[in-house]
Design a protein around this ligand. Structure first.
Ligand code: NAD
Ligand code: ZN
Length: 234
């Protein structure tokens, strides 16, 4: 641990599972009862905006009933106390990292509590329901959509993420299936630049073989333990 300074932590839906938010690939490969193609692509938004907007409205409303778990809290603690560079890159669109207090955080796949104007590109903090054709407070056009990165769209802040991966001494992946690119490839980038790599996941992920070390178990148990190790070694 003594040589570790720069750390990148990637998180996925498994981190929020113990808070009661369903993962992406639930029973039958569905996300909350829907095929991913029907709620998570630009084509779906174009074909059936009512369905797609309602789906994210339900996900946004659900945030009021859930709370950060021990894993979110432990990551907020390592963020606050780690003296070196640290970046939490989350694929999650919930707000549990920030509610636990994490500061050095990038939401690479967007956020439920944000609306994006498809015309002017400006984002707006959004708490309530977002019906199709809601007006953009900036340009006035009825073009607001959920601020979610769909399949086929470019994830946010990739330059900053690539830079952090290139400088990382340690890359940790938590609660992600390793099925969605480009995030699934971060372990290879980090390794290429010489980082140690650690996976914390309930089951072996599709990319498990790329990690120097894999620990299997629930995030609520494994993450606080790992954070103790990190901070204890300072
Ligand atoms: P995924 O559903 O594909 O994989 C989840 C992984 O977490 C699985 O490998 C599973 O074994 C593991 N897991 C389940 N419970 C766990 C636990 N208690 N502790 C540790 N690991 C556990 O999720 P993903 O890889 O993040 O898929 C990415 C896509 O899903 C993203 O685009 C994201 O936006 C979207 N998504 C986000 C949320 C959220 O914001 N909470 C929820 C569902 C889907
Ligand atoms: Zn606009």
């Amino acid at each position: 641990m003594r040589d570790i300074r720069n750390t990148v932590i990637l998180t996925g839906a498994g981190l929020s599972a113990e808070s009661g938010i369903a993962t992406f690939r639930g029973p039958g490969g569905l996300w909350e009862g829907h095929r991913v193609e029907d709620v998570c692509t630009p084509q779906a938004l174009h074909r059936d905006p009512e369905l797609v907007h309602r789906f994210y409205d339900e996900r946004r409303a659900k945030l009021a009933d859930v709370a950060p778990n021990a894993a979110h809290r432990a990551l907020a603690r390592v963020d606050a106390e780690w003296p070196g560079e640290l970046l939490i890159v989350t694929q999650n669109v919930d707000d549990l990292h920030e509610r636990a207090g994490a500061m050095r955080l990038i939401h690479m796949h967007g956020e439920l509590k944000s609306a994006l104007c498809a015309l002017c590109g400006i984002r707006h903090a959004w708490e309530s329901a977002l019906p199709p054709e809601s007006e953009c407070p900036d340009c006035g056009e009825p073009a607001l959509r959920p601020d979610i990165v769909f399949f086929g769209e470019m994830p946010y802040r990739m330059e900053a993420i690539e830079r952090a991966l290139g400088a990382a001494d340690l890359f940790v992946s938590i609660g992600t299936s390793g099925a969605v690119y480009p995030a699934a490839g971060f372990v290879q980038t980090a390794r290429y630049h010489g980082a140690e790599t650690l996976e914390l996941n309930l089951d072996p992920s599709e990319g498990s073989g790329w990690f120097g070390e894999s620990r299997l178990g629930p995030a609520g148990t494994l993450v606080p333990r790992w954070v103790e190790e990190m901070l204890g070694g300072l």
